[in-house]
Design a protein around this ligand. Structure first.
Ligand code: C2E
Ligand code: MG
Ligand code: MG
Length: 299
């Protein structure tokens, strides 16, 4: 037996759950919605403590130069190592953090950790690899983002060029003027800009035309999704050729098979990232891998 007041609350929750979804006019409060809301509440309740206690961990996924299989950098990807829930993938909490605003805090933490790793490698005498960090849409709206990034790299005594910034193209769709301005400013300061998830949104080509990006990261669906009309490979080939004509290197994401590597090589795609080469690794595992590949020792 549920009180009238509770019923109203639940009806309101159900109504809110479809806010902004066109073509959906009714919603019901059911167990599924209930458990989703509870889950979101638990994430929200735990996030600040998690950050303070170091439950967020930065993994690194290597990027390779295709023509000679050489390590060309890494992408920093966050994981939540929760004391009760275990290791959680970003798909589980990032969308919520983008809604509740916590993403800006988490991103700054990840940028700082990435720079700390770069500093450590510098001190250990590793080759000067760069690390790419993800910059969320919300960060773009933060007027202080350039100063925050600059402070971060300065604190760790690194040049800005060692920190690459992955900016997803969906940020452009929302506010082109803002993103063009921010990217211009960040490039002036010496950061390298990578356009993440290229080809996944509605304005890839417009963003490419108007925002001065340094690298294109081709969305992994070009390699993975069903290809009902046999067009994916031609589109892939043409995007790589377009990058070449514009002098913008293209990285293919989600490369999983040898066949895909051979195909990308035949179109002279510069860079690749994916399970074929390596999964996202802990910093220790990444260093072990560098030790094996370069023959450098860590001390
Ligand atoms: P993304 O930036 O496009 O990152 C690539 C995602 O693809 C990663 O998932 C990676 O583990 C996965 N991946 C890499 N190679 C393969 C492959 O060969 N096959 C398949 N199926 N997947 C592959 P992950 O780590 O779960 O991250 C998902 C998304 O979460 C990222 O997409 C990014 O948008 C977001 N994200 C992760 N860390 C951060 C962060 O620190 N800040 C922000 N703002 N977003 C983050
Ligand atoms: Mg990325
Ligand atoms: Mg991506």
């Amino acid at each position: 037996n549920v009180s009238v007041e509770q019923m109203c609350d639940r009806a309101l929750l159900a109504a809110n759950s479809i806010k902004g979804q066109y073509g959906k006019y009714c919603a019901a409060y059911d167990d599924q919605l209930r458990s989703r809301l509870l889950r979101e509440q638990a994430i929200t309740d735990g996030m600040e403590v998690a950050l303070a206690e170091g439950q967020f961990e930065v993994y690194l996924q290597p990027k390779y130069r295709i023509k000679d299989d050489r390590l060309a950098g890494a992408e920093a990807l966050v994981r939540w190592n929760h004391p009760e829930w275990g290791m959680q993938s970003p798909a589980y909490f990032i969308p919520l953090f983008e809604k509740n605003g916590f993403i800006t805090k988490l991103d700054q933490y990840v940028w700082d950790r990435a720079c700390a790793v770069l500093r450590e490698w510098e001190d250990k005498g590793y080759p000067p690899l760069s690390v790419s960090v993800n910059v969320s849409r919300a960060d773009i709206y933060n007027a202080d983002i350039a100063d925050i990034l600059l402070n971060t790299i300065r604190r760790h005594r690194l040049p800005p060029s060692r920190l690459h910034l992955e900016i997803t193209e969906s940020a452009y769709t929302e506010n082109p003027a803002q993103i063009i301005h921010t990217i211009g400013r960040l490039r002036e300061l010496g950061f390298v800009i990578e356009m993440d998830d290229f080809g996944s949104g509605y304005s890839s080509l417009n963003m490419l035309k108007e925002a001065p990006v340094d690298q294109i990261k081709l969305d992994m669906r070009f390699l993975s999704e069903p290809d009902p009309y046999g067009r994916a490979e031609t589109i892939l080939q043409m995007v790589i050729a377009m990058g070449k004509a514009l002098s913008i290197p293209v990285l293919a994401e989600g490369v999983e098979t040898k066949g895909q590597v051979e195909m990308l090589k035949s179109y002279s795609c510069c860079l690749a990232q994916g399970y074929y080469y390596a999964r996202p690794l802990t910093v220790e595992k990444f260093e072990e891998m560098m030790d094996k590949q370069t023959g450098l020792s860590g001390s």
